[in-house]
Design a protein around this ligand. Structure first.
Ligand SMILES: NC(=O)c1ccc[n+]([C@@H]2O[C@H](COP(=O)([O-])OP(=O)(O)OC[C@H]3O[C@@H](n4cnc5c(N)ncnc54)[C@H](O)[C@@H]3O)[C@@H](O)[C@H]2O)c1
Ligand SMILES: [Zn+2]
Length: 358
């Protein structure tokens, strides 16, 4: 088992990573002073595949387990579903000390996290992420939220978990598009922070996860989670350094939106990384040689290294929309080298357009 400490003063917590950790969860929670009743929030897919290991381990340590499922899918990350969860928590006599275990992908993590942060002004939260994206990204850093209509993550807060338990064996049942979503974040993390890690990815990345050695995959999860932990500990409330986590996402989000979400997050971020690195290249910050390395890794991961043929006006409109919601300037994270990026608000729209048109 590997451990990463997220240093946030009295809100510090551990991320534990290893294969088979679900069956040790009971003990891991007990070690952290949690006892008595608890609530698992999950969905039917994760329940069917993985809940037995978790439940058995909890009951073996004397926990009284209430399991609540919500339907699968992003559209359940809503205030409506949160409302139903509050009712279920009340019906199961959940108390302020009773932990909520968010057991699933990023949708469950964000939703159950939001519910834990608001029910009775906050109950202890434990994240048990089961997708690659959730293990390396969404379960770390304390952002919890639900969507509001078309506005993603519009209602939310910062609420740090007590513990994050990452069992890498859950990845074995993950369909390949979901693995791609996480792998794009793995590659992103190396580009923004860690050139050595990028070399490890270059050597070991495969389009099919079954072809990646288990220990290597665990190392990918560990190093990516460690990078995120380090960044969020520096910038808990997202006012500075966290910006660099958006590498590939300024263009990536716009691609997702312009495609009406037909293009997945991972594919959009891969294309977004190519677009943003090309902006850096054309502006004279990034070299052809490193650009070629980035492209190769993205292709070797089975992700698209081309900007998809979409209506450019739609992509630009989506970036303008994001800009209005933030503070009026489009921020780009630009690489100077693999492992080293900076944030720029000065990229001309002519250059962006040129890159999007290829
Ligand atoms: N809080 C944050 O900092 C943060 C960061 C990034 C993304 N997010 C959010 O995360 C969400 C996306 O997360 P996601 O990509 O994990 O999607 P998801 O939660 O929808 O999971 C994807 C699919 O995989 C299934 N699944 C989960 N674990 C599985 C397993 N082990 N085996 C088989 N199937 C499994 C789920 O049921 C679902 O159908 C979005 O709502 C996004 O806004 C949050
Ligand atoms: Zn992302």
């Amino acid at each position: 088992m590997r451990k990463i400490r997220v240093n946030l003063g009295d809100r510090s917590y551990d991320i534990l990573i290893g294969s088979g950790l679900l069956s040790q969860s009971g003990k891991l929670l007990k070690d952290r002073g949690l006892v008595g009743g608890l609530v698992i929030i999950t969905n039917p897919v994760v329940q069917e595949l993985h809940s037995n290991n978790l439940k058995n381990s909890l009951t073996a340590e004397g926990f009284e387990v209430n399991l609540i499922t919500i339907a699968d899918g992003e559209n359940n990350k809503s205030l409506d579903t949160a409302g139903r969860l509050y009712t279920e928590l009340a019906d199961s006599y959940a108390m302020r000390t009773m932990p909520v275990l968010a057991f699933g992908g990023g949708v469950i993590g964000d939703l159950a996290g939001f519910v834990a942060s608001t029910y009775m002004r906050g109950v202890p939260l434990v994240q048990i992420p089961t997708t690659l994206l959730a293990q390396v990204d969404s379960s770390i850093g304390g952002k919890v939220a639900v969507n509001h209509g078309k506005l993603k993550n519009a209602i939310g807060s910062f609420y740090q978990p007590r513990l994050v338990i990452v069992d890498t064996t859950t990845l074995k049942t993950l369909p390949s598009p979901q693995l791609n979503n996480g792998m794009a974040e793995v590659i992103k993390s190396a580009i923004i922070r860690d050139a050595d890690f990028f070399c490890l990815i270059e050597k070991n990345i495969r389009p099919n996860i079954d072809d990646i050695d288990e220990d290597v995959l665990e190392e990918f999860v560990y190093r990516t989670a460690a990078i995120k932990a380090d960044i969020v500990a520096d910038d808990e409330l997202d006012g500075g350094l966290r910006n660099i986590l958006n590498f590939g996402h300024t263009v990536g989000h716009a691609i997702e939106t312009a495609s009406d979400f037909v293009i997945s997050h991972g594919e959009a971020v891969a294309a977004g990384m190519i677009a943003e690195a090309t902006i850096a290249l054309k502006a004279g910050f990034f070299s052809e040689k490193e650009m070629a390395r980035l492209k190769k890794v993205i292709i070797d991961a089975g992700l698209p290294a081309e900007i998809p043929k979409l209506d450019i006006d739609k992509i630009k409109a989506a970036m303008e929309h994001d800009k209005k919601i933030t503070n009026g300037r489009v921020k780009f994270v630009l690489p100077k080298a693999i492992g080293d990026v900076f944030v720029s608000e000065d990229v001309s729209s002519t250059l962006v357009e040129k890159v999007l048109k290829n």
